[in-house]
Design a protein around this ligand. Structure first.
Ligand SMILES: Nc1ncnc2c1ncn2[C@@H]1O[C@H](COP(=O)(O)OP(=O)(O)O)[C@@H](O)[C@H]1O
Ligand SMILES: [Mg+2]
Length: 354
C-alpha cells in the first residue's frame, strides 16, 4: 500500500464547548480519546503518516499547515442543522479529498424526516410519520397508536427514552412538547414498529456511474456490487418479546449496555439478502460514499417485514463498541482493517490508488 499523509478530523468529546443548563446528552455522539487513538493506530498500521486535528474553527488553518493528501473524516460537528456537513464543505473549498459521504448526504441524513421523504419517494419501506413543529398540530388519521416520538435531527439515541413510545393523545402531546422544548426542533412521530431491531453496515461504493435513484422497473437487477456488506447485528430482545414488546423496546433504550447483541443476527439467507438490498438502495438514493450503516426494525405483525429507520453515513468506529466494528469483527475484519478499507474506498474513488 502506498503511503499517504492522512489527517484524522474529528470532534473530541473533551474539547466540546460547555454552558450552563446544557443537556447531559448534548455531546453523546462525539468521540473519545481512546477512539481517536485507535483510529490513528489503525491508519499508521496502514503505513500512513497520520495526525489528529480537532475539527473546530482552527481546522481551516491546521489542515493547511499539515497538508494532508486526504482526510479521514468522522466530524459530527457542534452546532447547526447541517453540522456534519460543515467540515466537508471547508475541505471541498480547499480542494482536499476526504473519506465518506459528501455535504448533501451528511446534511440529509441528519434530518430524519427529509431522509424519509426521499425513501418514500422511492417506495422504500420506512414507518409512516408526521412531524410536529407545534404541540397542538392535529394528528393525521394514518397515524395510529402506539406511536414513537423522537427528535428530527439528533443521533445516538438522543431524546429516545422509555417515554418515546406513546399510547394516547395525552402521552403524545407531552412527549412532542418535551422534544420541541429540549431540542429546539420539530418532533418526528412515527408508527411504532414492534418487533426485532437489526442494523447493517457496509463499506465500498456502488460500481459504475450509478444514478442516485432507483429504476421504476422492479424486475431490473438489484444493483449492489462494489459494496461489501457485513453480517447484520441484532439487539436481542427475544427474552422480553413474549411478555411485552413495548417493554422490550424500553429495555433496548434504557439498558443498552446490559443487552445482548447478536452478530451475525439469526436471520435466514433471504432476509439477509433483502436487508442488504434495502441497505444498498438507501445508500444509493441518499448518495452515500465509502461507508454507512442502515438501521431497521422488523415488524412482528407483518411477517417480519423490514422497515428502514435511518442511514448513518458517519457510523461510530470505536473498537469493541460500535455496531459496524462488531459486524466487521464477525467476519474477522479487525478494527485496523476496517478503517483502512474505508480509507482505500475513498482513495480509489478519487483515483489516488488503483
Ligand atoms: N418507529 C419506531 N418504532 C420502534 N422503535 C423505534 C422507532 N424509531 C426509533 N425506534 C427506536 O429508537 C432507536 C433510535 O432511533 P433511530 O431512528 O435509529 O435514531 P438514532 O439512532 O439516530 O438515535 C432505534 O434504534 C429503536 O430502538
Ligand atoms: Mg439509529
Amino acid at each position: 500500500m502506498k503511503s499517504f499523509r492522512v489527517a484524522l478530523l474529528a470532534n473530541l468529546k473533551a474539547n466540546a464547548p460547555h454552558w450552563a443548563g446544557m443537556p447531559e446528552d448534548q455531546w453523546d455522539d462525539l468521540d473519545s480519546e481512546k477512539t481517536i487513538q485507535a483510529l490513528l493506530d489503525a491508519l499508521k498500521a496502514g503505513s500512513h503518516k497520520c495526525e489528529f486535528l480537532e475539527a473546530d474553527s482552527t481546522i481551516i488553518d491546521t489542515v493547511r499547515i499539515f497538508k494532508p493528501d486526504i482526510c479521514f473524516n468522522i466530524c459530527e460537528g457542534h452546532f447547526g442543522d447541517a453540522r456534519e456537513a460543515q467540515v466537508p464543505a471547508i475541505l471541498e473549498k480547499l480542494q482536499i479529498p476526504y473519506t465518506g459521504s459528501k455535504i448533501l448526504t451528511l446534511a440529509l441524513a441528519l434530518d430524519k424526516p427529509m431522509t424519509k421523504r426521499v425513501l418514500a419517494y422511492h417506495d422504500l419501506p420506512t414507518p409512516d410519520f408526521q412531524t410536529f413543529e407545534r404541540v397542538e398540530e392535529p394528528l393525521e388519521p394514518k397515524m395510529q397508536f402506539p406511536l414513537f416520538v423522537k427528535p428530527s435531527r439528533e443521533g445516538t439515541g438522543m431524546g429516545v427514552s422509555a417515554k418515546s413510545i406513546v399510547n394516547n393523545e395525552e402521552e403524545l402531546r407531552e412527549q412532542v412538547g418535551f422534544m420541541i422544548e429540549r431540542y429546539h426542533q420539530a418532533a418526528l412521530v412515527e408508527t411504532f414498529i414492534e418487533g426485532r431491531e437489526v442494523t447493517v453496515g457496509m463499506v465500498g461504493n456502488l460500481e459504475g456511474p450509478v444514478a442516485r435513484r432507483l429504476p421504476h422497473d422492479e424486475d431490473l437487477p438489484r444493483i449492489q456490487s462494489g459494496l461489501r456488506f457485513f453480517p447484520p447485528m441484532e439487539v436481542d430482545l427475544s427474552p422480553y418479546l413474549e411478555t411485552d414488546a413495548v417493554y422490550a423496546n424500553r429495555l433496548k433504550v434504557v439498558l443498552a449496555d446490559q443487552l445482548n447483541y447478536l452478530c451475525p443476527a439469526p436471520l435466514d439467507d433471504d432476509m439477509v439478502d433483502e436487508l442488504n438490498w434495502l441497505a444498498a438502495a438507501v445508500f444509493r438514493v441518499t448518495g452515500a460514499l465509502d461507508v454507512a450503516r442502515v438501521d431497521f426494525r422488523l415488524n412482528v405483525h407483518e411477517d417480519w417485514k423490514p422497515y428502514i429507520l435511518e442511514i448513518n453515513p458517519l457510523p461510530g468506529l470505536s473498537p469493541g463498541i460500535s455496531d459496524i466494528v462488531i459486524e466487521a469483527g464477525a467476519e474477522n475484519v479487525d478494527h485496523p482493517t476496517l478503517v483502512n478499507m474505508i480509507l482505500e474506498s475513498a482513495l480509489r474513488r478519487y483515483g489516488m490508488i488503483e
